[in-house]
Design a protein around this ligand. Structure first.
Ligand code: PGA
Length: 308
């Protein structure tokens, strides 16, 4: 996806505003949370996680099978991190059949109710019964289009975890919140409400996806530096909620216009543990490159030097 020069300058402006407006509670230099830090042995507990969100695509089961085959062929045997596809309900089982154990197939949402008069509902227990391991909760499109509240999203998270599945909780600020410098507050509120009642023990089955709404489907990917800063803020919020060990073990993914061109820079950031990809996950070549991201030599050297 090419970004127009106008979009780039608009984005650069937004990016600079964001960077200059953050008040990061702990100096960035003193944080050693990342996978790249050579001063912490904790960093290797966070396995990278590359995921795709197909949303309301593709249009038929046949196309879904073809897409799954193409994407599956990009997942080599040497990939030792997590790869997952969140796909529409009608395709889940067919996609699972295609990809086997190469990657996980998840659901894009569920309803928290377990049974009864909820026409159109899909319960966590139904998903569990077809071996779904991962469920998305709180995607911004569900928050805005389907009016899902933090309370409803929290009920989903709790039920997904109760059924023994894993949840990817999406958080992130809107354009207007971004412009009012509310990034930290919005993330804190969404995390506290979304994870209310989720125990420290269950946090090993929770992944956070930071997806600034202004970057979703717009071509305006946050720069790696901006995303890194927000991820540090999110990790600090998790420290307050669950303590240092759990916060440092929790994977925080970035989502919003990720492409094959931006992936390497994002993954080189110490607190970006993976990505949630929308549009580009429908393009097998591009998503294949995203799955097989490359770290630059300096970063790899730092990783190798870590004494584990
Ligand atoms: P995008 O979508 O990559 O198309 O911006 C990301 C998402 O909505 O998860």
């Amino acid at each position: 996806m090419k970004i127009s020069p106008t979009a780039v300058s608009l984005f650069t402006f937004l990016a600079n505003t964001l960077v200059s407006s953050f008040t990061v509670p702990t100096p960035l230099s003193s944080l050693t949370t990342g996978r790249a830090s050579s001063s912490s042995t904790e960093l290797f507990t966070r396995k990278p996680f590359i995921s795709g969100n197909w949303k309301l695509n593709p249009s038929t089961k046949e196309k879904a099978i073809e897409l799954a085959q193409d994407i599956g062929s990009s997942v080599g045997k040497d990939i030792d991190y997590d790869v997952a596809l969140f796909v529409p309900f009608p395709f889940i089982e067919s996609v699972m059949e295609q990809v086997g154990d190469k990657l996980s197939v998840g659901a894009e949402m569920c309803t928290p109710e377990m049974a009864g008069a909820f026409t159109g509902g899909i319960s966590p227990v139904m998903l569990k019964s077809i071996d779904v391991q991962w469920v998305l909760a709180g995607h911004s499109e569900r928050r805005t289009i389907n009016k899902e509240t933090d309370g409803y999203i929290n009920a989903q998270c709790v039920k997904i975890l109760e059924e023994g599945m894993n949840v990817m909780l999406c958080i992130g600020e809107t354009d207007a919140e971004f412009e009012k410098d509310l990034v930290g507050c919005v993330c804190e509120m969404q995390l506290k409400k979304g994870l209310s009642g989720v125990s420290a023990e269950d946090m090993s089955r929770v992944v956070i996806a930071y997806e600034p709404v202004w970057a979703i489907g717009t071509g305006k990917v946050a720069t790696p530096e901006i995303a890194q800063k927000v991820h540090v803020i999110i990790r600090e919020i998790l420290v307050k909620m669950y303590g240092r060990d759990i916060a440092y073990d929790t994977r925080i993914l970035y989502g919003g216009s990720v492409t094959d061109e931006s992936i390497d820079g994002l993954m080189a950031q110490p607190d970006i543990d993976g990505v949630l990809v929308g549009g580009a996950s429908l393009l097998p070549d591009k998503f294949g490159r995203i799955i097989n991201y490359q770290l630059d030599e300096t970063f790899v050297k730092e990783l190798q030097e870590v004494d584990v």
